[in-house]
Design a protein around this ligand. Structure first.
Ligand code: FEO
Length: 384
């Protein structure tokens, strides 16, 4: 795929993976991008997942014809991008491997060699000149691993952004950017908002005409929109003034309460209300939705003196990703000893800047007039 006169993507689409990184469902596949800059020197930026090495090398050889690459630039060592470093090095023995000091420690760990005879170790703000094009390296630790760096090509104002600005989905999937980029970002990089903000500060004076991420489409005219969303996500600010209701229900009584609250909120004019059964919905989607909305209602049954497992795991995912800056409301259910709300509060106590609704609801087994009235009061409060 041609990006400009001298820049190409020779990445691959993956429809084989059921769970990306062992836990994220990817119903529309996954893309592993790999970029090539052709100038007086030729640089390849990152490889692809292990299972696609042959396809990727064939694409590279076809693109270059009689020429050979001079450099393999390694921006990120996670195996979805680094798995074919050794294969590349054998195929092109004259090419040099470019990375930072941490990159080569990881290369040695993964491949048992550190390319001492043919490596170029770069420092922050070093430039690799290819001819008219030049790559400036900016370190981006924990976006999403410690060795990550991005590369800025000054001639065409292109940012090779590693995992940043990536999304789930193969390149030929017909879907918008926002939802699958949000699910990807919150799930995989969400914990590291501070580090993403740190990268933004370093990029502040660099004009961006093109962003080339390692997953998902190349971004051009949509860059301001994507930057705005990334800024919100990494500052943990909500995107939508609405309510997400997340529930875990054993026999349907907690579900009935969640659904009744949804209809009450809509009856009071709240336009954006999303509801998810945590036991039956994609976990990463639920977590991304929790970060999208300004208010969240957690409705769960009491279970073994704790909370239902689907809610417990959901809260683990939220807290692991530094969930903060939201309004939270609680609905608990318990036939003989409801303790769910107390348990949820305990699990959220390390989250920063959560505002808890004044109204909370306790259901004893099934909804009755009293708990319906409490739901109505909660709906009033959330709709204000
Ligand atoms: Fe796509 Fe952090 O690897």
């Amino acid at each position: 795929m041609k990006i400009s006169e001298n820049i190409y993507n020779i990445g691959v689409n993956d429809y084989k993976t059921d769970l990306f990184e062992g836990q994220y469902s990817v119903p529309n596949g996954m893309a592993y991008n790999s970029y090539v800059i052709i100038d007086e020197k030729i640089a390849v930026l990152d490889t692809v997942d292990a299972r696609f090495g042959d396809e990727w090398l064939e694409k590279l050889k076809k693109l270059l014809g009689a020429r050979k690459p001079d450099y393999l630039v390694v921006l990120h060592m996670e195996p979805d991008h680094s798995a074919n470093i050794l294969n590349f090095s054998k195929e092109f023995p004259s090419a040099q491997i470019v990375g930072n000091a941490k990159t080569f420690v990881m290369i040695a760990e993964y491949f048992g060699c550190d390319f001492a005879e043919r490596r170029v170790v770069v420092n922050e703000n070093d430039t690799l000149r290819l001819g008219g094009h030049a790559l400036k390296f900016i370190f981006a630790p924990m976006v999403h691993w410690p060795e990550v760096m991005v590369a800025y090509e000054e001639e065409e104002r292109v940012l090779f952004s590693a995992d940043a600005f990536g999304k789930f989905g193969a390149l030929d999937a017909s879907e918008g950017w926002d939802d699958e980029a949000r699910r990807y970002y919150i799930g995989i990089v969400g914990k590291y908002g501070v580090q993403v903000q740190g990268l933004f500060k370093k990029l502040a004076n660099m004009p961006l005409d093109v962003i080339c991420p390692l997953h998902g489409p190349v971004l051009k005219e949509e860059i301001p929109h994507c930057l705005d969303l990334y800024n919100r996500w990494s500052c943990y600010l909500p995107e939508a003034d609405g309510v997400m209701i997340a529930y875990a229900s054993v026999y349907g009584n907690t579900r009935s309460a969640a659904e009744l609250l949804k209809s009450m909120l809509e009856g009071k004019g709240v336009k954006d209300v999303a509801i998810y059964d945590l036991a039956r919905s994609d976990r990463a989607l639920c977590v991304a939705e929790a970060f999208k909305y300004s208010k969240i209602v957690l409705a769960t049954t009491t279970y073994n003196g704790d909370i239902f497992p689907a809610m417990r795991e959901f809260l683990d995912w939220l807290t692991e990703r530094n969930f903060q800056n939201r309004t939270v409301a609680l609905i608990e259910n318990g036939s003989w000893a409801p303790v769910a709300s107390r348990t949820v509060l305990k699990r959220l106590e390390k989250c920063k800047n959560l505002t808890f609704a004044e109204n909370s609801v306790t259901i004893r087994a099934a909804l009755n007039d009293d708990s319906r009235a409490k739901l109505a009061a909660l709906a009033d409060e959330l709709a204000r």
